[in-house]
Design a protein around this ligand. Structure first.
Ligand code: SAH
Ligand code: SF4
Ligand code: F3S
Length: 472
């Protein structure tokens, strides 16, 4: 038992994707029994964890400049006679390993995304060790197994919209991507563990669950009897837990979009009509060079099928511009795809060379200037679509799940089924409520609206699924 006076403070800074956000919360969980409480103030911390992202060069470089600042802080703390443990976690830690010793000697611990459940032991070791404490294995026993009891019982996550990692790693090996190397081989958690964790989150106030995985629709966890189940079965079981109003999942690969999963969008009312389905490029030749294992036609077919089972579904995507060998015609094909799908939102990036990935060695790398030009043109188009989509929502009545307050409690914000933020002046609504709102304003990145149903109780799933059709 840790005495109150022994409590230490841990500051965790998160970079990268939602899976890192989830992992940072778990890092806080695993450190709690050793007496660490989370702080948002770096100066007060006894330990800092940088939970890092390696996806693009900029993301990785940011980490080293942050470590420079931490080295100074550590020196100051030392002069004051205070300990300060610096741990590097996440995908940069996994990719750089020993290299960190040379580039950032202030780091005490390097821990990969699959071994952070061992962090308490590493911290104990670091207090006496002269050298860097390093653990970047891909252990055969999954971190989830070791954290199971923790996640099953003590998780006090209070979010209305909560993340659950259901799958990790990736076997797709897109030629540009570091994820299969930093997160390792694909692994799906057993369904019963996920259901337990979900129940716990719902009991603590979650009304929306976002299922996470680097390639989440490749989910193939085991049921109690040992049979493998797909994501649609997991979602169906989650939908029966009660009090759960919304279910989403991210990120999906087009190749793993099974017929069963597509059909689930037409059957499960809690499954929201919004899907993030990265396509990366609208040129078949570039998709081939990327090793995406799907064509533009395959992608469009999936969109068509999903629209057939859930006519109001809205899509989001990821795009890479300036991939090696991308001609102007290839780039125009991407714009054409964007024009025909009409995305509700999308993320887009300049191709970033990642050493060790096959694309790094491809000929015809694109000059930085041209990448920049293409990115601006593509983002202008996406922004225009997003604004149009938001404007087309004006006058619609949409169910909004309220997630947070802002402006010192004068405003309350929630999301539409299509992931748009809606901000309204706070009146009687509470976080966790769901109300029908008539949309009165559409902006570039958000909506404004007026509550039209003054109810004490959240609206039901049936009402949720009755939201009106949006034109894109
Ligand atoms: N698992 C997800 C992707 C995770 S990475 C998926 O398959 O969609 C998130 C996004 O980062 C990718 O979709 C891609 O658009 C982008 N990305 C990955 N590697 C990149 C690189 N080397 N350069 C630029 N963008 C990259
Ligand atoms: Fe990376 Fe996603 Fe491709 Fe996997 S499917 S290699 S995570 S881009
Ligand atoms: Fe980045 Fe690792 Fe996520 S590289 S995007 S933090 S899986």
């Amino acid at each position: 038992m840790v005495e109150k006076t022994d409590l230490k403070k841990i500051f965790i800074k998160t970079y990268g994707c939602q899976m890192n956000v989830y992992d940072s919360d778990r890092i806080a969980d695993v450190m709690a029994p050793s007496g660490y409480v989370r702080t948002e103030q770096l100066e007060l911390a006894d330990m800092v964890v940088l939970n890092t992202c390696h996806i693009r060069e900029k993301a990785s470089e940011k980490v080293y400049s942050e470590l420079g600042r931490l080295a100074n802080l550590k020196e100051h703390k030392k002069l004051e006679g205070k300990d300060f443990v610096v741990a590097l976690a996440g995908c940069v830690a996994q990719a750089e390993g020993e290299e960190v010793r040379r580039r950032a000697p202030c780091v005490d611990i390097v821990v990969g995304p699959q071994t952070y459940h061992r962090l308490p032991y590493m911290v104990a070791e670091a207090s006496t060790a002269k050298n860097l404490v390093l653990d970047i294995e891909f252990p055969t026993i999954s971190k989830f197994d070791l954290m199971r009891s923790k996640l099953g019982s003590d998780n006090k996550d209070q979010s209305v919209s909560a993340y659950i990692t259901v799958q990790e790693g990736c076997d797709r090996f897109c030629n540009f991507c570091v994820v299969p190397y930093t997160r390792g081989a694909e692994y799906s958690r057993p369904m019963v563990d996920i259901l337990k964790e979900a129940k716990n989150l719902i009991d603590n106030g979650a009304r929306e669950l976002i299922l996470l995985g680097q390639n989440v629709n490749a989910y193939h966890g085991v049921d109690i009897d040992g049979t493998e189940v797909g994501l649609e079965i997991l979602i169906n079981n989650l939908s029966k837990l009660g009090d759960l109003i919304r279910i989403r999942y991210t990120t999906s690969h087009p190749k793993d979009m099974s017929e069963n999963l597509i059909n689930a969008h037409g059957k499960i009312p809690q499954l929201m009509p919004f899907l993030h389905l990265p396509v990366q490029s609208g040129s078949d030749e570039i998709l081939r060079l990327m090793n995406r294992q799907h064509t533009v036609k395959d992608y469009m077919k999936i969109i068509e099928k999903l629209r057939k089972v859930r006519e109001d579904i809205v899509f989001s995507s990821d795009f890479i511009v300036g991939y090696p060998g991308e001609t102007d015609a290839d780039f125009r094909s991407t714009l054409k795809l964007i024009d025909s799908v009409k995305f509700g939102q999308a993320f887009s990036f300049k191709y970033s060379v990642r050493p060790g990935t096959p694309a790094a060695d491809l000929p015809n790398q694109i000059p930085e200037e041209l990448k920049k030009e293409r990115l601006t043109e593509l983002q202008d188009l996406i922004d225009k679509q997003q604004r149009n989509f938001n404007l087309n929502c004006v006058n619609l009545e949409l169910p909004i799940l309220f997630e947070r307050e802002s402006n010192e409690g004068s405003q309350i914000s929630g999301r539409t089924p299509y992931m748009q933020w809606v901000n309204i002046p706070k009146n009687f609504e509470n976080i966790g409520d769901i109300y029908n709102v008539v949309i009165t304003e559409g902006y570039a990145k958000s909506l404004g609206g007026k509550i039209i149903k003054n109810k004490n109780k959240p609206t039901t799933n049936k009402e949720e699924s009755r939201s009106q059709r949006v034109t894109l």
